[in-house]
Write a protein that binds this ligand. Structure first.
Ligand code: 5GP
Ligand code: ZN
Length: 110
């Protein structure tokens, strides 16, 4: 856990979030500024700054995140979805704790 990491604080329960799934490895919660009707974030509980700081020891965790996307998207009623992992400042990453965006259902206010 990184004390100054927003997502570590959500993992620890110190900042509230609308959690839609949680197990020993990951937490999944709705994005606070949704860019689609459904927009959630799949977040490992382990603090990893970005995909650039992952290695083979995270292979199982990263695979688990990918396979959770269709399961949770279906639970949210989506028949299809988009995924996004922003990586590094130049890659548009704003929160430096690995997370996968899952979007679907059209624009938020449409
Ligand atoms: P990034 O640009 O790093 O890929 O995405 C970070 C995402 O985290 C953004 O979509 C942003 O809206 C979301 N976010 C930032 N702060 C919070 C927060 O306090 N709670 C939740 N649920 N999402 C947040
Ligand atoms: Zn963190």
């Amino acid at each position: 856990m990184s004390m100054d990491c927003l997502f570590c604080k959500i993992v620890a329960g110190n900042i509230p979030a609308t959690t839609i799934y949680e197990d020993e490895d990951v937490i999944v919660f709705n994005d606070i500024k949704p860019m689609a009707k459904i927009h959630f974030l799949i977040v490992p509980k382990l603090h990893l700054e970005s995909l650039q700081s992952c290695d083979a020891s995270q292979q199982q965790l990263l695979g688990k995140m990918l396979l959770l996307a269709p399961k949770l998207a279906a639970e949210q009623g989506l028949k299809g979805f988009k995924t996004l992992i922003n990586t590094g400042r130049e890659g548009g990453q704003e929160v430096f704790h690995v997370h996968m965006h899952v979007f679907g259902g059209g624009l938020p206010n449409a």
